[in-house]
Design a protein. Structure first.
Length: 262
């Protein structure tokens, strides 16, 4: 009986020991970024490209060329050297395959392993390199729920939520993914928002489904990129099935040990 208790104790230690990778730390904290974006309509059936570009410049010539600016960082992300004035690159994404200078990232599907390094190449405010291995891997762009556009005062179009403002419309969308740095890991949700001054929901709906025009800012909403902001906040990790099984077996073994000691 004593031997069996020792064996069960060893099993518990072994099982619990496999629950998390050795030397891995949880990435925590918040990150806020800003930059410029254009919504390039590719057709009238929902095809589009999100071009993240610096203000008042031509579209980028490579998928990871444009740079965004960090407006704040906290927690572990802050200790990596990110903070106000630091910069990074962001990938341009499209829901149409083989679009030049973009990565294929359709909404509503699992993107795990296909859209890595959505955020990367970080530099500190003084221009020196921040943590070189830190990157954000995109895993999903969720579909928004709600009435279709141009229903007022708010409507949903695929992954985008369009809302009337006093000056135009606000376009928002979410992304999910993981910040990774070596063995360190953290699951995050990113919430993007841009305000398109002077644009109505009716005109936005027409461009998305009839005329195929881009959605931008400036004269006739076709002149220049719009500013965007995005906040990345940690989300609770969902245990993988193997992890759930591990802790379930461990709890069962501990219960058997306690019963035998009574």
């Amino acid at each position: 009986m004593r031997l069996r208790g020792i064996l069960l104790s060893g099993l518990v230690v072994g099982l619990l020991g496999t629950a998390a990778p050795a030397n891995a730390a949880l990435i925590t904290g918040n990150l806020s970024i800003s930059g410029a974006i254009t919504y390039d309509t590719l057709n009238t059936v929902g095809g589009a490209t999100l071009n993240f570009i610096e203000p008042f410049t031509s579209p980028p010539s490579a998928p990871t060329g444009p740079f965004i600016e960090v407006t704040s960082a906290s927690g572990v992300l802050g200790t990596y050297g990110l903070g106000t004035g630091s910069k990074g690159s962001i990938e341009n994404i499209s829901n149409v395959p083989a679009t030049p200078n973009t990565v294929f990232a359709p909404a509503g599907v699992d993107l795990t392993g296909t859209v890595n390094n959505f955020l990367q190449k970080w530099t500190k405010a003084d221009g020196t390199t921040a943590i070189p291995g830190l990157h954000f891997d995109l895993t999903s762009i969720p579909i928004q729920s709600g009435p279709g556009c141009p229903t007022t005062p708010s409507c949903a179009e695929g992954p985008f939520l369009l809302t009337e403002t006093t000056n135009g419309i606000r376009v928002s969308f979410d992304v999910f993914g993981n910040f990774v740095n070596g063995a360190d890991f953290g699951a995050y949700k990113g919430s993007f928002s841009m305000v398109v001054d002077g644009l109505t929901l009716a005109e936005a709906g027409k461009r998305l489904t009839v005329t195929g025009q881009d959605i931008m800012c400036g004269i006739n909403n076709l002149e220049k990129p719009c500013s965007f902001t995005a906040n990345f906040d940690p989300v609770p990790a969902i245990p993988e099935p193997a992890t759930i099984l591990t802790f379930g077996l461990g709890s069962l073994a501990l219960a058997r040990i306690r019963r035998r000691k009574v």
